[in-house]
Design a protein around this ligand. Structure first.
Ligand code: NAD
Length: 315
């Protein structure tokens, strides 16, 4: 069987935790870590390798950009992270420069890479990969609101006292402050959220404003974690593993990845997250289910806030 290779660019908290998560899972055979700070990355790769005999016989090593040639997937996790008081979009200017450098290097070695973008602002960088660097839209998977949707499911599960994996729910739009929950699509064990709540004897938060409370918990989750420990990296790594597996195993997973809008809900010339099919072809299709007008309005608002950033920095 062909070896499955994943290159990770950026060996900070997120990049290395992605490598660790992939190693534990074993779905990639070869994990190449590409970093500016080679010494630190070497230390990380060695530390990770020493656990290989106890989990999966994968190869983990530091690498150069020419390793992107043979990579089935390239995960981009290089970039500055938000400082206290800074929104993800404040980061745009700094990370656009780093992303341009990284993409230019990748394209020297692989003209049609399959990339997963984790660096922020992820929707802006996803847009750049397609427009500035000309990658096919299917090959560009922005991590988008995959993590936010996982947080949403987690909080819903806690609130309704059910296993979060039995909750299906999506956060869509920008991976950032204008994101929104699609309440109309939330199901718990297949039961629509409002119907579940009518009969829910276990609710820990039966207040009428609980939708608002949960949506705020999701939106502010990254800020809370960052205030406590400085950065988020475990849950995003698990989210990245889910995307990597969906591609390597051709799973047709439904995930709220960020990508090019082709007129869905009237949205064009912008990248944001909607539930999409992810398989060996990448972001193979976008689902645009029927949703109520207020949710469409929320999506349009979110797209407008991204248009504003794109107009300021890229167009
Ligand atoms: P970090 O500061 O720990 O690491 C960043 C890494 O990027 C460093 O190793 C640095 O050497 C590297 N780097 C910087 N410039 C580079 C360049 N030109 N070429 C190659 N490497 C370069 O940051 P982190 O916590 O690992 O976060 C990384 C990115 O992931 C940030 O942009 C952060 O906002 C983003 N992030 C996204 C999500 C999400 O849900 N999408 C979640 C958490 C973090």
């Amino acid at each position: 069987m062909a070896k499955r290779k994943v290159a990770i660019i950026g060996a900070g908290n997120v990049g290395i935790t992605i490598a660790y998560t992939l190693m534990l899972d074993g779905s990639a055979d070869d994990i190449a870590i590409i970093s500016k700070n080679k010494e630190k990355a070497l230390g990380q790769a060695l530390d990770l390798s020493h656990g290989i005999p106890l989990v999966n016989n994968v190869k983990i090593a530091i690498a150069d950009y020419d390793d992107c040639r043979a990579a089935d997937i390239i995960v981009i996790a290089a970039g500055a992270k938000t400082a206290p008081g800074e929104t993800r979009l404040d980061l745009a200017k700094r990370n656009i420069g780093i992303f341009s450098e990284v993409m230019t290097e990748i394209l020297k070695h692989n003209s049609a890479p399959m990339i997963i973008i984790v660096s922020n602002p992820v929707d802006v960088l996803t847009y750049m990969a397609i427009t500035t660097f000309g990658l096919p839209a299917t090959n560009v998977i922005g991590s988008g609101t995959v993590l936010d949707s996982s947080r949403f499911r987690y909080f819903l599960g806690k609130n309704c006292n059910v296993n979060p994996s039995d909750v299906h729910a999506y956060i869509v739009g920008e991976h950032g402050d204008s994101q929104l929950p699609l309440w109309s699509l939330v199901t718990i064990g297949g039961v629509p959220f409002d119907i579940f709540c009518e009969a829910d004897p276990h609710s820990t938060m039966g207040a009428p404003d609980r939708k608002e409370v949960i949506a705020d918990l999701v939106k502010d989750a990254a800020y809370f974690v960052r205030d406590f420990k400085g950065a988020t990296y475990y849950a995003i790594s698990v989210a990245t593993l889910a995307m990597v597996k969906a591609i390597l195993r051709d799973e047709n997973g439904v995930m709220s990845v960020s990508g090019w809008m082709n007129g869905q809900y009237g949205l064009k010339d912008v990248c944001l997250s909607l539930p999409s099919i992810v398989n060996a072809k990448g972001r193979a299709a976008v689902l645009a289910p029927r949703i109520p007008d207020d949710e469409i309005e929320g999506l349009v608002k979110s797209a407008n806030s991204l248009h504003h950033i794109l107009d300021s920095y890229l167009r």
